[in-house]
Each structure stands twice: as C-alpha cells, then as structure tokens.
Design a protein around this ligand. Sequence first.
Ligand code: CA
Length: 242
Amino acid sequence: MAKRILIVEDEEKIARFVELELRHEGYEVGKAANGREGLEACLSDKYDLVLLDIMLPEINGLEVLRRLRKTSSLPVILLTARDEVMDKVAGLDGGADDYITKPFAIEELLARIRLVFKKAEPLKETARDARDKADMLPSESNPDIYSFGELQLNTKRYEVCFADEKVELTNREFELLRILLENKNIVLTRDVLMNKVCGYDFVGETNVIDVYIRYLRTKIDERFGIKMIQTVRGVGYVIREE
Ligand code: CA
C-alpha cells in the first residue's frame, strides 16, 4: 500500500511542487495550509509521515509538533528556513524525526523521507521483539550494546539506560551518543559528527552539535554525576574509556 504523506505548508507554490514530486514517487499526498488544519489532519490517523513547516498561520509548526507528540509518534520532518537554527534544535528536541532547510533539492527531501520510513519500520518490530526478549540481559559481547561504565546503549531496542534507570533521548541525541560510544577513545570533530548524525553537509551549522552535546550532558553526565563526554578544545568531542 502506498505510504501517505501530509504536507503542512502555507506557501502554496512549495506545497504544490512537493505534492507533485511526491505523487510522482508513488506516495499518496494530503495538504494543509495552516497549523490548525495541519494538526487536525495529523491526528486523523490517515498519514504515515508529515512534512511540517515551522512558520505557519494560526498555530506554528513547533506548537503543532508539541501537541501532536502528546498522543502520537507519527514521523515528522520539519521544513525550516536557513536562519532558524534554534527552532531546528527545539523541533528535534520536541520530537521531530528530521528537518530540511528551505530551499531544498527534491532529491534530498525524498532521501530524508525514505530514511525516516526505514527508521520507523524496524522500530515497530523492535518494540515487539523487546517484549519477547524482555528477560534477555544485554552483555558486553553483544554488538548491539555499547557501554560506558554503568551506561548502556542498546541499538536494537533503541534504549539508553544508566544502571537500571532509563534515559529518554531524542533520535538525534541517541544517534550522537551511539557514534561517540562506537568510536570510543577517538576524537571526533564537529564536522564528522554532523555528517554522521545528519547524513549530509550542514556547512556553518555545526554549532547544532554543541547544543546536542549540552543536552546529552544534562540528561546523562549531570543527572548521574559522571564525566562521560569530553570536549577537546578547538577539535571536537570524545568518550574515553576510564
Ligand atoms: Ca511558512
């Protein structure tokens, strides 16, 4: 069955262009031109993914996202303007799955959409698997588990725990932590992290990584009183084995 995508965008030209391209790719497409209609459509259960503009009349995109996330995990890709770095971070932190900066190449948008769908699929299965295997304890020999002291990151379950406490991370925070743990003792530059976390070139916006590092430190280092992520001044970040 064709995947259904909702476009919430008040600029008719952009909405129409994206709609045609998505239909051409075989997606079913719906549109909403303001935040209120967009939120209603998001909650209608008719869609598999939403492209959500941030600057919208009536209810802005971030607020739509906030209300949507109270009850729904519907995948969301934000459409943002180039100068909205803090909005992007707020959006991702608020549960958006990805964002794309306008103006964008349609091929890039299509790639992001495929990636979000790909990510969403195994996650559904993982939730079932996790219930089936709830009594299976993670171990150091399991390549799906990365650890640092009492911290464990499970890529299969998409879970992070410290001792027995669960740590709630956004997709991007999880991905960033996974990459740092996977490359333990190797200093990674902001550019490398940006490319690995976001999958493409974010020239001039690598400060987004600093913001995520701050979030990770608040959620893990500060909360559990550890020093996990180290800053290498002028270079980047590293997690070192003690
Ligand atoms: Ca707009």
